[in-house]
Design a protein around this ligand. Structure first.
Ligand code: XMP
Length: 370
């Protein structure tokens, strides 16, 4: 049977009312999960709930103001700008999990501060089933998974975590959001991870890479909107690497291995391996076979070169676009090559050496790079 939002609300309402017996903070990231969790709680608990958005410095351009505006007629949103604090604390770190763990600590320290300032006792967040399934599987440290890992949030941060959507999958959350009357720009919104652009600045976090990927995000999102793609975004990483002759002869076209590492999921366990790009015939079926061969090595994401940009540039922009129902497995989207070239033309910043398109399914890649 399909998901019934009315029944879900009927069942969650008494639970929420009995758990939350004081003030609560609802953390909103602007993504569909956290926004839906906040709106649901706000509708059920009223002004016991203060919806808060933390501007972590890893949001899209002007994201906090945009989300506030989108939600204006539904609930108020308090914005806490800690961007400088976050970026300066994570700047210079390279390892994906180390960055995620640092982010998570800063994030909950900040929320803890907000909770105390509001004399609240609860933190409502939009964790969904896929988040804790993957974190428990050791694939990645999802920023919002705490209780399922045995973290005592009351002892650690002074609040109890409430997760009204913890048993739902993404498509169910969208249905619920629609039912709750959220605007289409929210319920149909592509997911945006809590740590935001941090997981898309692959490898060492620098302000330069962060600003470039932020700019490229606007270009990619504008060009790929409304094409039925489940999630689409750019990543950035250093172009340093080498051409691998053995792999090139195995797959029949030029293979570059980057020093940059990205996450994957192989045989249900986390993998952290190199990124590769190929300069091959633009045929998705042939590229799929090449991807399968290459990911049998210590390679987690395979990209196909779309365009060379400035030969003196330092960075590669990778475009990721996937089709998926539940975000646990995913197909790469077969975007028209002309459109990818148009996007590559628009990503015209001096520091960019090349633009490439990710042709890896999940598994063996994850959707995000970190
Ligand atoms: P992965 O990269 O695990 O992504 O294949 C699956 C989905 O989860 C999103 N994602 C996150 N969402 N906090 C979130 O709220 C996180 O730490 C996080 N990591 C990944 C990702 O964007 C994709 O939709």
């Amino acid at each position: 049977m399909g998901f019934d939002p009315e029944k879900f609300i009927r069942e969650i309402e008494p639970q929420l009312k009995s758990i939350v017996d004081g003030k609560a903070i609802a953390a909103v990231s602007g993504g569909v999960d956290s926004t839906t969790a906040a709106v649901l709680s706000y509708k059920i608990l009223g002004d016991k709930v203060t919806p808060v958005m933390i501007d972590t410095g890893f949001l899209r351009e002007k994201e906090a103001e945009k989300v506030k505006e989108m939600l204006k007629s539904i609930m108020p949103l308090k914005i806490v700008d800690v961007s400088e604090e976050f970026v300066s604390a994570i700047e210079g770190l390279s390892d994906a999990e180390e960055k995620r763990k640092k982010f998570r600590k800063l994030f909950y320290d900040t929320l803890s501060r907000v909770v105390k300032e509001s004399s609240a006792k609860y933190l409502i967040q939009g964790t969904i089933a896929a988040d804790w399934v993957e974190t428990q599987g050791g694939i990645k440290t999802q920023h919002n998974v705490l209780v399922q890992l045995g973290i005592d949030t009351e002892k650690e941060w002074g609040f109890k975590v409430v997760e009204p959507l913890a048993d739902l999958y993404k498509d169910e959350v969208r249905e619920l959001a629609k039912y709750l009357g959220l605007p289409k720009e929210i319920y149909a919104r592509q997911p945006f991870p809590g740590p935001g652009l941090l997981v898309r600045v692959v490898g060492k976090l620098t302000r330069e890479k962060l600003e470039l990927v932020r700019k490229a995000t606007e270009v990619v999102e504008r060009n790929l909107a409304n094409l039925g793609i489940s999630q689409y975004f750019p990543v950035i990483f250093e172009s340093d690497g080498y051409y691998d002759e053995r792999l090139s002869s195995e797959v029949g076209c030029k293979v570059k291995i980057y020093n940059a590492l990205a996450t994957g999921v192989k045989g249900d366990v986390r993998a952290y391996g190199n990124i590769a790009s190929v300069d091959c015939k633009k045929d998705y079926e042939e590229l799929r076979e090449i991807m399968q061969k290459l990911t049998s090595y210590n390679i987690t994401h395979v990209l196909v070169k779309i365009k060379d940009k400035n030969p003196n540039g330092k960075y590669t922009i990778g475009i990721r676009a996937v089709i998926t129902q539940d975000f646990m497995t995913a197909e790469f989207a077969k975007i028209e090559w002309d459109l990818l070239e148009k996007i590559a033309d628009e990503i015209n910043y001096e520091k960019i050496r090349e633009v490439a398109y990710d042709i890896t399914t999940k598994p063996p890649a994850t959707i995000e790079f970190e």
